[in-house]
Design a protein around this ligand. Structure first.
Ligand code: NAD
Length: 261
């Protein structure tokens, strides 16, 4: 089996479920040393137990941290270096959707919370991981944007603002640190079946979320939603040394939906 991540230490934020957990499993299957980060202590512990059971040889630490808190981010970075001596990859994935509401009706505190987690959380990760990667003269970073980082999404203004910012921060990081052997990209998933998306369909149609889901799927060229492991495969390439020259891009993983207008 192809083991692109043997002796590589990779930090994954939002690792407790959804896209973070799927990527953690994918990287574990390729021998990575993992630093799993999440603010949900229970799902983080469950994720670690599940991966350790399936891949007993993989070294894993888990650090409870809210990525919107600068000190907590410093701490997960320190723990990673203390345990593994390097940080080869950062999957800057933790994020929330917030509530769905029009711009004039959006709750201001919720707006700030979405920005704090989705924008500042990604920034703090970059801020504290990059110096470690600069010393190594090597690093791979994948920030999680969204198709909402490429175009507008009805009733999700702070999410869209934060994800456009993630795409912008990705471009700047690529410009500023490519010379240090650090390649930084973003992914822009469409609707991928994770707990976050299930919650969004509940908001669209509280009485029949499944109906909202199938209606949404019909808009996609593939007539289905994406699956977490389909995202994980792309992330694994971008985090690996196989990626030698892709830098500063925001890559849509959406079945082609962003091409429809
Ligand atoms: P999810 O809700 O299923 O999982 C997110 C995980 O991140 C959870 O374990 C949660 O506890 C954790 N988390 C949230 N806020 C955190 C914080 N402040 N600190 C630490 N951990 C935190 O969501 P998902 O669908 O897996 O989404 C992951 C990322 O992908 C998010 O950035 C999201 O915006 C993005 N995304 C998802 C989709 C999709 O279709 N699922 C589409 C586009 C973008």
């Amino acid at each position: 089996m192809n083991k692109r991540f043997e002796n590589k230490a990779i930090i994954i934020t939002g690792a407790g479920m959804g896209l973070g957990l799927a990527t953690a499993k994918e990287l574990a299957s390729e021998g990575a040393n993992l630093v799993l980060v999440d603010y949900n202590e229970k799902s983080l512990a469950d994720a670690k137990a599940e991966i350790s059971k399936k891949f007993p040889d993989v070294k894993i630490i888990h650090v409870v941290a809210d990525v919107s808190k600068e000190e907590a981010v410093k701490n997960y970075v320190n723990e990673a270096v203390k345990t593994f001596g390097s940080i080869d990859g950062l999957y800057n994935n933790a994020g929330i959707e917030g509530k769905q509401a029009s711009i004039t009706e959006y709750d201001v505190d919720m707006f700030k919370k979405v920005i704090d987690i989705n924008l500042m959380g990604v920034y703090y990760g970059l801020r504290y991981v990059i110096p470690v990667m600069q010393q190594q003269k090597f690093g791979r970073i994948v920030n999680v944007a969204s198709v909402g980082g490429i175009r507008g999404v009805l009733n999700q203004m702070p999410y869209v603002a934060s994800k456009h910012a993630v795409s912008g921060m990705t471009k700047n990081t690529a410009l500023e640190y490519g010379r240090d052997g650090i390649l930084t990209n973003a992914i822009a998933p469409g609707a991928i079946l994770t707990p976050m998306v299930a919650e969004a369909f509940k908001q669209v149609n509280p009485t029949d979320p499944k109906a909202a889901e199938s209606e949404y799927a019909q808009r996609n060229p593939t007539k289905r939603l994406g699956l977490p492991h389909e995202v994980a495969k792309v992330v694994a390439f971008l985090l690996s040394e196989e990626n030698g020259y892709v830098n500063g891009q925001t890559i849509a993983i959406d079945g082609g939906e962003s091409n429809i207008y």
